[in-house]
Design a protein around this ligand. Structure first.
Ligand SMILES: NC(=O)c1ccc[n+]([C@@H]2O[C@H](COP(=O)([O-])OP(=O)(O)OC[C@H]3O[C@@H](n4cnc5c(N)ncnc54)[C@H](OP(=O)(O)O)[C@@H]3O)[C@@H](O)[C@H]2O)c1
Length: 239
């Protein structure tokens, strides 16, 4: 597993991002961790450092372009090379379209999609120059199929999958791999808040998604994976 490589994980404070960060640290990556809640980032960083790993935190609101710009400057001054970008931060606003405000629509697209565009654009030039790097977008099964009450989230995640596919083509000459992981239900705060009445006892865990990230980073540069669709063992396959 890689030594002296640096990964930037967004939404690293809890849930999937936390599990991915801990797994990457264990695999030898130095971690740059970002999300809004400083205490959660500190807790993840401490867990990594206590196990002998390296991590720095960069609190920021990724729904705001100005904060992303300031964030990228801070990260790049400490880590000039980001080898792996995990675009994981996300927000779920689930309600029928007729109850969805334009502010909620914008927040969903800004957090789930535009932040990925901005961060990728910021960290890509160094990857392209080095002809080396990997980008993993944590999308959703909602990016592959329709689910009611999720028009904004579904639009953002479909957009994220389109973004992933286009970028994978554009970056082929630069030896940079771009993947999307499309999970179904994972038991996290996001799913508990967005779907409070669903029984989650048989849902996937954040660690299941972290394992998938480790699998992707272990791939040889000859093998290209565009999408990995992960569903609960007892759920219906995608049509
Ligand atoms: N849970 C599921 O069933 C499921 C299924 C498929 C895909 N996903 C995707 O997995 C990703 C992670 O979600 P999760 O389930 O692990 O949820 P979670 O436990 O709520 O974690 C979400 C993370 O994103 C961060 N975040 C949210 N809004 C942000 C913002 N404006 N700026 C910066 N960071 C922000 C949160 O930190 P702060 O609140 O501190 O900012 C938190 O660290 C999301 O992209 C989600 O769409 C989840």
């Amino acid at each position: 597993m890689p030594q002296d490589k640096t990964a930037l994980v967004t939404g690293a404070g809890r849930g999937i991002g936390r599990a991915v960060s801990l797994a990457l640290a264990k695999a030898g990556y130095t971690l740059a961790l970002t999300a809004r809640t400083e205490e959660e980032l500190l807790s993840v960083a401490k867990e990594i450092q206590d196990s002998g790993g390296e991590a720095e935190i960069f609190p920021a609101d990724l729904s705001k372009e100005s904060e992303i710009n300031a964030l990228t400057d801070q990260i790049q001054s400490l880590f000039p090379v980001i080898d792996l970008l995990v675009n994981n931060a996300g927000a779920a606003i689930f309600k029928p379209l007729w109850e969805l405000s334009i502010e909620e629509w914008r927040l969903s697209l800004d957090t789930n999609l535009t932040s990925v565009f901005l961060l990728t654009k910021a960290f890509l030039p160094v990857m392209m120059e080095r002809k080396s790097g990997r980008i993993i977008n944590i999308s959703s099964v909602t990016g592959l199929k329709a689910i009611d009450r999720q028009a904004a989230y579904c639009s953002a995640k479909h957009g994220l999958n389109g973004f992933t596919k286009s970028l994978a083509l554009e970056l082929r000459p630069y030896n940079i791999a771009v993947h999307a992981i499309c999970p179904g239900g994972v038991d996290t705060r996001l799913s508990r808040e967005a779907m409070p009445h669903r029984d989650k006892s048989n849902w996937m865990t954040p660690e299941d998604i972290a394992q998938t990230v480790l699998y992707l980073v272990s791939l040889s540069p000859r093998a290209a994976v565009d999408f990995l669709s992960l569903r609960r063992f007892d759920s219906e396959p995608l049509a």
